[in-house]
Write a protein that binds this ligand. Structure first.
Ligand code: GLU
Length: 509
């Protein structure tokens, strides 16, 4: 049997859209991209734009993340009508404050037979997964608890066995839904796992909480990244099990690195903090993200010639232009490329449009802000004799590019290759560290012990990468002042740049 459901009555309701970021780290450029599209969609239709925080995955929860998400969306000017901080009629908007609601709805599914209690332990599931992988089968829950008798369930419960609640995906048939950009999409039920809805700790998974909230918050259009398409059949089955109307689904093409792989921090800075702290202007960033989906009509060659504009000028538009002209039916599904070269060019164009006063104000809000300059004072005050020599000591905190010579960054008795291998591990260590001197130091020491690198070598390498020099203000404090996003980017660019140089050198006859 094929189950097909359309978003039957969604069209008559006032538009309500949402973004639902998970606070798991730095605010991501993907959140801004999807946020922008939702904002445009809502504003074009006089609708409401909701911000919901999906913080039910407690293992990945980062306490500072939510405030950073708010901050960076506000920096971009993508303000929401309802959300955890501004309230609204369908709150709370933070999922960790709604766990009772999910439990209640999940119980309804158990009562109706659409979901069931599964008593397998994590160890059993892991063993099963391993044996499926060994047998070259796709890992899938084997359904052992699907048809337990009432007596077995009662016995397990009275024995105090922990359980999860899983969705009972029909064994046969398929689920079909409409994606507004792609048309009809069908998933064979054989390929849809009995998704866990409620974990043994009583917390919901993303799937349950997301569907319950989209329904209770009256979301008419779910505009999210393409990576969620494979979750959508599970969501559709949930809507059907509850007897709810579907929202419309719009899955946006994923941002890609220049080599067309999915955007990743290995190849591009993905933290909005990086762009903000490096002095990208919010309007340039929005313009750049607006170019990504292809929804803005670019001028044709003929229009460009007759208007006397250059192609590049037709790439430049404001948020108001996007609200006026962005056309969701034009979106092209080819992966938009997040090309930093283009973003930098755009940012330069925006900088040149500023009056000298505005340019000065922009500097004072970012790379020459009071707070940044104040944070540098303790690094330099005891190390310089005239104020004018601050640049000798702290230039690396104002530069975009620092590329030290090999004589500086390769420790004695090490090769360039092994140093770069260690630098890659160092990058992973720094990424995982809370941005505090003690945590960074502990991470570096642990890595040094594992890899047989002395503290001296370790610090020397990172100092060279960060400052381009063998001498500098204290390294750990300098990292804190420069900030996590920019420090990580510097290390990543160093590794990429030096690798390229090594390859070029090895090719020389
Ligand atoms: N919490 C999900 C995320 O982090 C939301 C996905 C969705 O929009 O459904 O992207």
């Amino acid at each position: 049997m094929t189950q097909e459901t359309h978003a039957a009555s969604a069209s008559e309701k006032p538009t309500r859209v949402r973004i639902a970021p998970s606070p798991t780290g730095d605010p991501h450029v993907g959140t801004a991209y999807i946020g922008l599209l939702n904002y445009i969609f809502a504003t074009q239709r006089d609708g409401q734009f909701v911000l919901r925080i999906e913080d039910t995955d407690r293992t990945r929860f980062v306490s500072t993340s939510e405030a950073m998400i708010f901050d960076s969306l506000r920096w971009l000017g993508l303000c929401w009508n309802e959300g955890p901080d501004v309230g609204g009629p369908y709150g709370p908007y933070r999922q960790s404050e709604r766990t009772e609601i999910y439990r209640e709805y999940c119980q309804k599914l158990v009562d109706s037979g659409a979901a069931y209690r599964a008593f397998e332990t994590p160890e059993e599931l892991e063993a099963e997964r391993k044996s499926q992988i060994a047998a070259k089968q796709p890992p899938k829950y084997n359904g052992r608890s699907r048809d337990l008798s009432q007596a077995d369930i009662a016995a397990n419960l009275s024995a105090g066995k922990p359980f999860t609640i899983r969705l009972k995906v029909p064994a046969e048939g398929s689920t079909t839904f409409r994606d507004e950009l792609r048309g009809t999409i069908t998933f064979d039920h054989f390929n849809v796992d009995d998704q866990v809805l409620l974990k043994s700790d009583g917390f919901p998974t993303y799937h349950l909480a997301n569907v319950v909230d989209d329904h209770l918050m009256h979301i008419t259009d779910v505009i999210r990244a393409e990576e969620w398409i494979s979750s959508t059949p599970k969501h559709v089955l949930l809507y059907q099990a509850f007897g709810w109307h579907l929202p419309r689904f719009w899955h946006m093409p994923l941002l890609r690195n220049v080599d067309k792989s999915k955007i990743s921090k290995r190849k591009n800075p993905v933290s909005l903090n990086y762009y903000r702290e490096s002095g990208f202007l919010p309007n340039a960033m929005l313009n750049f993200l607006g170019l990504m989906g292809g929804g803005m009509a670019q001028m044709t060659e003929q229009e460009i010639v007759s208007s006397g504009a250059s192609t590049k000028e037709s790439d430049i538009f404001s948020l108001a232009d996007m609200v006026a002209k962005y056309d969701f039916n034009r979106i092209s599904l080819g992966g938009p490329v997040f090309d930093l070269v283009k973003l930098k060019w755009l940012n330069g164009e925006y900088l040149r449009k500023l009056s000298p006063d505005e340019f000065f104000a922009a500097l004072r809000q970012t790379v020459f802000s009071d707070s940044y300059l104040k944070s540098i004072v303790p690094l330099v005050q005891t190390r310089i004799d005239t104020l004018g020599s601050i640049g000798d000591m702290a230039d690396f905190l104002f530069r975009d590019n620092v590329m030290p010579a090999e004589s500086i960054w390769v420790p004695k008795k090490r090769t360039a290759e092994e140093t770069l291998t260690f630098a890659a591990d160092l990058l992973t260590t720094l990424e995982a560290a809370a941005w505090e001197t003690a945590a960074i130091e502990a991470g570096m020491k642990k890595l040094g012990e594992e890899k047989g690198w002395s503290v001296k070598e370790n610090f020397m390498l990172l100092r060279a990468i960060l400052t381009g020099s063998t001498q500098s203000p204290p390294l750990l404090e300098s990292l804190i002042v420069f900030g996590k996003a920019r420090s990580l980017d510097r290390v990543r660019r160093f590794i990429d740049g030096q690798k390229k140089l090594l390859i070029q050198a090895s090719r020389k006859p």
